[in-house]
Design a protein around this ligand. Structure first.
Ligand SMILES: Nc1ncnc2c1ncn2[C@@H]1O[C@H](COP(=O)(O)OP(=O)(O)O)[C@@H](O)[C@H]1O
Ligand SMILES: [Mg+2]
Length: 240
């Protein structure tokens, strides 16, 4: 579904990744893990079209999307729940969802909204509440829900569990499992490995912009110490 080939991305003269290669299979959950500053966000932001590509290419659904505008990527089925949520704090839950689905036909928008509210009943109870007044966990649900309103083939979530209460982490990971059952591919980013390794089919560990380990999550679970070692101090699993 997604293939990064020798991908170098960054900011001006600065390279945040150095020729990374990975492949996300359709219908699977892929975890991109690594310590703070490893280049995880830069990588997924480049897939969404927000970070400059300095070299290599990004293929999605068999097509080169390296230089496509952001909206074209959304239309092809790539959605992003960004780090820090980036919700419209003064707008309601319902309005935030509506903005995520603006590019879809009416009928599809309604179906996507039903799917999101079915996935996160908590949001249904709070449709009229301002996004800025939601708890951190509810905001993460809304960020994921808003991304799903675009009806993506692949959903990318940056820092699923960072700063969330354990209960909210459970809800988000349960949603990821259900999306996988529905055939939606998920590319998730995490600083804490435990939940990511449980949820994923495939894993890749990023360190200083380079892939230092990749393989199946089953293999990673057999030897978590190896993964933790690559992740350094930030991989202490503090978020569960
Ligand atoms: N907007 C930016 N401008 C310049 N450098 C940045 C920017 N965003 C991130 N970086 C740098 O890119 C590197 C990777 O950051 P990032 O992709 O955010 O890592 P992670 O998501 O793994 O914590 C870091 O050295 C960071 O300082
Ligand atoms: Mg990040």
């Amino acid at each position: 579904m997604l293939k990064l080939v020798d991908l170098t991305v960054g900011y001006g003269a600065f390279h945040a990744t150095h020729g990374i290669a990975l492949e996300v299979r359709a219908g699977t959950v892929f975890a991109l893990v690594g310590a703070n500053g490893a280049g995880k966000s830069s990588t997924i932001m480049s897939i969404a079209g927000h970070t400059e590509v300095h070299g290599g290419c990004i293929e999605f659904d068999g097509q080169d999307i390296t230089h496509l505008p952001i909206n074209d990527r959304v239309r092809r089925g790539i959605a992003l729940a960004p780090e820090g949520r980036r919700l419209f704090a003064d707008l309601s839950v319902a309005e935030n969802l509506m903005l995520g689905g603006y590019a879809r036909p009416r009928a599809e928008e309604a179906a996507n909204r039903d799917m999101v509210l079915d996935l996160f009943p908590r949001l249904r109870e709070r449709l009229d509440q301002r996004a800025g007044t939601l708890s951190g966990g509810e905001q993460q649900m809304l960020a994921i829900g808003r991304a799903l309103m675009a009806g993506p083939k692949m959903l990318m979530i940056d820092e699923v569990s960072l700063g969330l209460m354990p209960k909210a982490v459970d809800i988000c990971y349960a949603a990821i499992a259900r999306l996988r059952e529905r055939g939606i591919t998920v590319l998730l980013v995490e600083q804490s490995t435990k939940r990511a390794l449980e949820a994923a089919d495939d894993v890749c560990v990023l360190e200083s912009g380079r892939i230092v380990w990749s393989g199946t999550a089953a293999a990673a679970r057999q030897d978590p110490a190896v993964i933790e070692a690559y992740m350094g101090l930030a991989g202490d699993g503090a978020h569960g």
